[in-house]
Design a protein around this ligand. Structure first.
Ligand SMILES: Nc1nc2c(ncn2[C@@H]2O[C@H](COP(=O)(O)OP(=O)(O)OP(=O)(O)O)[C@@H](O)[C@H]2O)c(=O)[nH]1
Ligand SMILES: [Mg+2]
Length: 226
């Protein structure tokens, strides 16, 4: 019996579309950030605090993915920026085709930053390039310090880890230093930001990271492609 290497084919098709998206983002100077975490780690809340902190004329948009419901889009639309929900209907990750389709009626030249909130899952989203400039992994303090060791791929591929819900540290048996050590065992030198969206402590470091990333991205854009 001949076996069809379907997974490989699907992934390479995804990579092809992601490469086209990455080039479109580059040409239009759009920093695309892909937020990934387990369900409920605080992706939407971090985006709420981020959108709230931006000036009303900021050129940002959000695509937010979930298996079901438009709940996250409804939460994020309140800030007045363009937001679209991607409902996957069962698929546990976003893929590049979904991003391409949901960008159809947005003009990329009108944007500086595109946030993508992936479906809550630490496994599958790691395998799907969406054309983003950076993946950001969020680990909340209620999840256990060992998660970077158990799900290394996403911690290895993410540029930064946001350790979220740090306001809960006094109430949970979670060793934040051990979690950070584990993340850096998987990804040496990884940048880690401790953030509480409740108290807003650490939020400034996240906003600063975004600002620096955007400047760095624009500098790269200005350099000729080798
Ligand atoms: N204490 C505390 N709770 C938080 C914080 N950030 C988020 N939460 C709560 O965590 C819960 C889940 O937050 P969401 O932002 O919906 O998480 P999510 O990652 O977007 O969830 P999915 O999209 O379903 O994967 C909500 O009840 C939030 O209020 C935080 O910094 N501190
Ligand atoms: Mg969410």
């Amino acid at each position: 019996m001949n076996r069809v290497p379907l997974e490989k084919k699907v992934l390479s098709e995804n990579d092809r579309i992601a490469a086209v998206l990455r080039e479109r983002f580059r040409q239009n100077g759009v920093l695309c950030v892909n937020l990934i975490s387990s369900p409920g780690s605080g992706k939407t809340t971090l985006l709420e605090r981020t959108l709230e902190a931006l000036p009303p004329d900021a050129r940002v948009a959000v695509l937010t993915g979930d298996i079901q419901t438009e709940n996250d889009a409804a939460r994020l639309k309140r800030f007045g920026f363009p937001v679209k929900q991607i409902t996957t209907g069962g698929t546990c990750h976003l893929d590049a085709r979904m991003i391409e389709r949901h960008l159809e009626d947005w003009k990329l030249e009108d944007l500086d930053i595109l946030f993508i909130e992936n479906v809550g899952n630490l496994v599958c989203p790691a395998s799907y390039d969406l054309g983003e400039a950076a993946k950001v992994v969020i680990l909340s303090v209620t999840e256990g310090e060992d998660k970077p060791l158990k799900y290394p791929s996403i911690f290895f591929k993410s540029e930064v880890m946001v350790l979220s819900k740090t306001d809960l540290l006094p109430y949970v048996p979670f060793d934040a230093n051990a979690a950070e050590e584990n993340a850096r065992r998987v990804h040496p030198g990884m940048e880690i930001l401790r953030v509480s969206c409740l108290t807003r402590i650490g939020l400034a470091s996240w906003l600063k990271w975004l600002e620096c990333k955007r400047s760095e991205y624009l500098q790269l854009k200005a350099e000729p492609v080798a």
